[in-house]
Design a protein around this ligand. Structure first.
Ligand SMILES: [Zn+2]
Length: 365
């Protein structure tokens, strides 16, 4: 069993200036196939193709992870017909992307018992593992993945509790990616914790619990890895122009949300948060991603995880009419950021499970 306590230094005593800078995207829900449109340039299909068509410095294809809610491949799904969503998920698997579990129903589970979590996790795994049948809309088909290939879990709505991790332990997941990290004072984007196992709990979770007792402390779970949702850091005024936006981005964020701290510029590291509560334009989000990456490259090079939702990168994200920019602009954020990141020789874009492999056997570039 792995045991990696939280550390702000690279594993194996390696020199931070000589290790790879991993960047990893994990997309949740994934209810829009991208196959209903003639050009197929949105949602799931866009996301898979956007990553795997780009190359890492060693020539391997870039990759990412998808955390699925299996309700989206049943008659309760958001897109008709459901077999196209199944097809897009299989396309992700066949393209070498990582497949993870995000429950069946996408309920808020912050008050769930262990058994309620297990029911939602198992239902998701059971449906994914059913054989893939091209064109089949029934509940007799899934994407044909072996259950032991599904190694990860993310909770819906970042709504977790200790029971969730007890259930994840019973399920045998290698990692969870539901906890937030980096809000602590003194962590500034150059010195985040590397991914860790939950033998002694999660420092990010303990901090959030200390600020907001309603967010339960998850406790100790020996051997389970945490791939945390690290905060993004909005660029300060003196760096805005360098990243192609006008001064005052932190002021704008503060004017929209009281909880935003203009001094540290931290926001939850998910695309939804930048687009909806913070109303960012494409250029503002790109600037935030670039700044967050550059802090790390010049800091300890803790992996950079970005939480996403492929449904946002499709037409008609109607559930969130507050999003003011077009789906083309939304897709441009990810494409431009990937190209910026890959312009740096130390950056590798990989699925989280590969980063755990590297943590176990760390090597310099
Ligand atoms: Zn979700």
């Amino acid at each position: 069993m792995d045991k990696f306590l939280p550390s702000q230094k690279p594993p194996g005593n390696l020199n931070a200036k000589k290790i790879p800078q991993f960047v990893s995207f994990g997309f949740d829900d994934n209810e829009k196939s991208g196959f209903t449109q003639e050009k197929g340039t949105e949602g799931m299909k866009w996301a898979v193709d956007t990553f795997v068509s780009r190359k890492n410095p060693d020539g391997t294809n870039c990759s990412c992870a998808f955390y699925f809610n299996t309700k989206y491949i049943t008659k309760d799904g958001a897109e008709e017909p459901p077999h196209l969503v199944k097809k897009s998920w299989k396309h992700a698997m066949d393209s070498g992307c990582e497949i993870g579990c995000h429950t069946h129903s996408h309920f808020n589970g912050s008050k769930f018992t262990v058994d309620e979590w297990l029911f939602e996790m198992n239902k998701c795994m059971d449906i994914l593992a059913k054989p893939y049948i091209d064109g089949d809309d029934s509940e007799h088909s899934g994407i044909g993945i072996a259950k032991d290939k599904i190694k990860s879990f993310r909770t819906p709505f970042v709504a977790y509790n200790a029971n969730m991790l007890k259930a994840a332990e019973k399920m045998g997941f290698v990692y969870d990616c539901s906890l937030e990290e980096g809000f602590q004072d003194g962590q500034d984007g150059t010195n985040f914790y590397f991914p860790y196992t939950l033998d002694e709990g999660s420092p990010g979770n303990k901090y959030i619990h200390s600020q907001n007792p309603e967010k339960e402390e998850v406790g100790r779970h020996a051997g389970i890895w945490e791939i945390p949702a690290y905060v993004f850091i909005v660029p300060p005024d003196e760096l805005c122009e360098k990243y192609g936006v006008k001064k005052g981005l932190r002021k704008k964020c503060a004017s929209l949300n009281d909880f935003f701290n203009e001094r540290d510029g931290k926001i939850t590291g998910f695309d939804y948060n930048t687009f909806v509560p913070f109303q960012m334009t494409a250029d503002e989000f790109i600037a935030t991603l670039k700044h967050t990456l550059d802090l790390r490259i010049n800091g300890n090079r803790a992996p950079f995880f970005v939480g996403g939702h492929t449904g946002i990168y499709a037409q008609g994200y109607e559930s969130e009419p507050e999003i003011l920019i077009s789906e083309h602009e939304r897709r441009r954020v990810i494409e431009e950021f990937l190209d910026y990141a890959l312009g740096k020789p130390e950056v590798f874009i990989a699925a989280p499970i590969k980063i755990i492999d590297w943590m176990r056997n760390p090597k310099e570039l």
